[in-house]
Unconditional design. Sequence first.
Length: 399
Amino acid sequence: MNFTELALSRAGAADLQAFQAQEGLFPSGREDALTVQRLTPYLLGYRRYTVQAGDTFYRLARTYGTTVLAITTANPELDPRNLSIGQDIVVPFGFPVVPTDVPFTSELLALCIHGLTVRYPFITQRQIAVTAGNRPVTVLKMGRGQRSVLYNAAHHANEWITVPLVMKFLEEYARAVSENRTIFELSAQQLFRRTQLYLVPMVNPDGVDLVTGAIAPGSEEFNAAQRIAANFPAIAFPDSWKANLRGVDLNLNYPAGWEQAVQNKRALGFDRPAPRDFPGYAPLDQPESAAMVRLTRQVNPRLTLSYHSQGETIYWKYLDREPPDALRIGQLFAQVSGYALEETPFASGFAGYKDWFIQDFDRPGYTIEVGSGQNPLPLSQFDEIYNANLGILTLGLQL
């Protein structure tokens, strides 16, 4: 499903001509500039509306299939009892912003971030890095309080299913806060007041775009990656690509036993840029991993979750280091998810983000491997993955 098909499905139109007729446009069936303009709100999940005489939030909610509370949340500066003709307001649609039935790309993530930060102004964003492919690495922040946690996903390109996982959680958490509801039987507003959540939903946007097809075959980026992959013919291209576009495995690029990781991977033949398992030429020599370290030091989190796939496993230690409370929290995560709590195998137990965090902060940090099968996991597993991880994602804000 491409962006046009996604927007059409949300607009309730059978095809492009039907949408054009619905919008009062000439039904050419072509994606002209005006048609794209009219489709865009259905990707962002809201439309801008200019107040007319007689308008109320209730009337607008009825017209656009949403709620008064959703409109109020998106426009916190407005008094619904004192609207002025000509005011520009945000009207959220009644469907979720984050899709869970389409492959994610960096562009789709940017649309979701835009939509969520407009619908829920208490979510903020900032760019922490620019990749070699000139794509942003973005952190989202939600919540107040003295403590902070940091979640991240998609260090590995073909593990992109973790992106909609964390983004759907953010959207459901934000909605629960706005509606004063619970999430995983906990008060969302209490969590919001207690904890600052920092979320990096796509650490490796270049690699994700390669795997999910946003980087077109024949393009300069695709050809460069293909040249790297040609040196490793046993690795399927692009489906088995884990690295960034420079051929560096970002979750082997952190200064925690990096030299040991180099030895381990060199013994397997990964001594140069590769689709996976090349740790780079030095720790933090990639903008993505360097940005994660800077962010972590700024945020000073109580706990970190790093989402990967696959295996339905939670890794909680680095070598023999056991941060205070890490085992108890890991056991609770295992209980609510049904995942196994395990120690990281020696061959893959170095130079990861979780390893570095435990080493430098001596606090609980977890790598969570979701789903089962061969990466990239099919979206048919998404609902099961989300249900298994909702407790982890929520309890991480409280513990």
